[in-house]
Design a protein around this ligand. Structure first.
Ligand code: SAJ
Length: 430
């Protein structure tokens, strides 16, 4: 089949590469010339090694080529463009541009699949309407929504193995799209209508946001009561039907903090829990800033604070909607000098220090924001001569408390305000 994938980001590029590996002739289209050059030269812009590997072999096989504009014809068009939000409202302009370009040239029988996460109703409002506006019947083509569901950090594995949902305008549309996706997906594929598929995707991320809010609220509650939230979670999670997530400095990424707003903005009176969860999660960077204030206590103005981590979560390079940005802004408002170290991150809007030593030099406090594995290897005793005060604030309960305490650091972990927190033996069973 001749397949066009529009948008060669985290989802579009691996999807295009997997379709090419399955024997389809794929043209990947992206408006960013740098992205196209990186793919052609084999140093793809998506940092995950598996993505790079399959993209390079797809290009080498000749089955994947990239271009800045749509080819004149194809059998299937897969839309993987971003859907950013502005002031909690989705900006669907890229979906609209893609839909209009496809509608202008699609032939009868072509498949048109929207993978981007969108507010429920978008397939009808934008894609179907793009055909109708041009006087073309949307029934002449097969339109469906097949939302991506993969987690950054494990993209290729999840693309292959995750269950998928395909919502078609008609049953036939969903079936035709399934016939294409079985070539890249071993997971169960559920067929439904467009609106249901749109809601499924947004609901999944909203479910996670609500659960993250519960973990974050629990961290604050435990601090107030005077127990260690991490110990509570560890023990509670031994219950066969309890699975509390990990508290943290905030909920980042381009999906989970964004998608609940797709539901809430159109249904404000039916989404109280969802909106409250968002507020709880949005409060977490403020909690971190307050922890810094508490630990620094006096002479805050101009104090140097070193943040470890700019990426929105562990072991990825993506800094979109990262809690690091929110924490940094709040600390700067409080007149701290903030430096950030993250050897994995790219495109961090506030700039990054080249080395850990540079970031912590003269620091009054080190704040762990992102739980990158490589931060575990930091030897705290080597930082001692560089910092002005030995304070560590661990917002993820990630670093080895005992090792940092042994190096003389006063360790404060989010969710554990018990006075003897640094010294208490952990993991004893009751
Ligand atoms: N986080 C915590 N504690 C945890 C787990 C996560 O604080 O216990 C934080 C992370 O650090 C991060 C944020 O939550 O800041 C979101 O991370 P995540 O790993 O939960 O999710 P994403 O954004 O990487 O990917 C999500 C996934 N959705 C679900 O798990 C329901 C993924 O499957 C989706 O495909 C993706 O959103 C998307 O693109 O929609």
């Amino acid at each position: 089949m001749d397949v066009v994938v529009l948008g060669l980001g985290y989802i579009g590029l691996p999807t295009a590469a997997m379709l090419a590996a399955a024997g389809h002739r794929v043209i990947g289209v992206d408006v960013n010339e740098r992205v196209l050059q990186d793919i052609r030269s084999g140093c793809g812009h998506v940092a995950e090694p598996d993505v790079r590997l399959i993209a390079n072999s797809a290009v080498a096989s000749g089955n994947l080529t990239v271009a800045s504009a749509l080819p004149r014809s194809a059998n299937a068009y897969i839309i993987c463009v971003p859907t950013p939000t502005k002031e909690h409202k989705p900006d669907l302009r890229y979906v609209k541009q893609a839909a209009e370009a496809i509608a202008a040239q699609a032939n009868a029988g072509d498949l048109i699949v929207l993978e981007s996460t969108v507010p429920p109703g978008t397939v009808e409002d934008i894609i179907v309407r793009a055909f109708e506006t041009l006087g073309k019947s949307p029934d002449s083509v097969h339109i469906a929504h097949c939302p991506e569901r993969v987690i950054p950090g494990s993209i290729v594995h999840e693309l292959r193995h995750n269950a998928r949902v395909i919502g078609g305008r008609r049953r036939l549309d969903a079936e035709m799209v399934r016939d294409l996706y079985v070539s890249i997906c071993d997971g169960e594929i559920s067929l439904t209508d467009c609106l249901t598929a749109e809601l499924v995707k947004v609901v999944e991320n909203t479910f996670r946001d609500v659960n993250l809010a519960f973990a974050n609220e629990l961290a604050l509650l435990a601090e107030a009561i005077g127990v260690d939230a991490w110990e509570v979670i560890g023990i509670a999670n031994k219950h066969p039907r309890v699975n509390i997530l990990r508290p943290g400095p905030g909920v980042g990424g381009h999906c989970i903090p964004v998608d609940p707003n797709f539901l809430a903005s159109k249904n404000p009176f039916l989404t109280e829990l969802i909106q409250t969860a968002r507020r709880v999660n949005e409060r977490m960077p403020h909690v971190v800033a307050r922890l810094v204030d508490e630990m620094i206590a006096a002479n805050r103005t101009g104090a140097n604070i070193a943040l470890l981590g700019a990426a929105f979560k562990a072991d990825v390079d993506d800094t979109r909607e990262s809690p690091a940005s929110a924490v940094l802004r709040l600390l700067q408002e409080r007149r701290y000098n903030v430096s950030v170290y993250d050897p994995l991150a790219r495109d961090f809007e506030y700039g990054l220090c080249e080395t850990l030593e540079c970031a912590v030099s003269g620091a009054e406090a080190i704040v762990l924001i992102t739980d990158h594995k490589l931060f575990r290897d930091i030897e705290p005793s080597t930082l001692s001569p560089l910092v002005r005060r030995k304070i560590l604030i661990d917002t993820r309960n990630f670093l080895d408390r005992e090792r940092w305490s042994a190096a003389g650091f006063n360790v404060r972990t989010l969710g554990d305000a018990t006075p003897e927190a640094s010294y208490r033996p952990k993991a004893y069973s009751l």
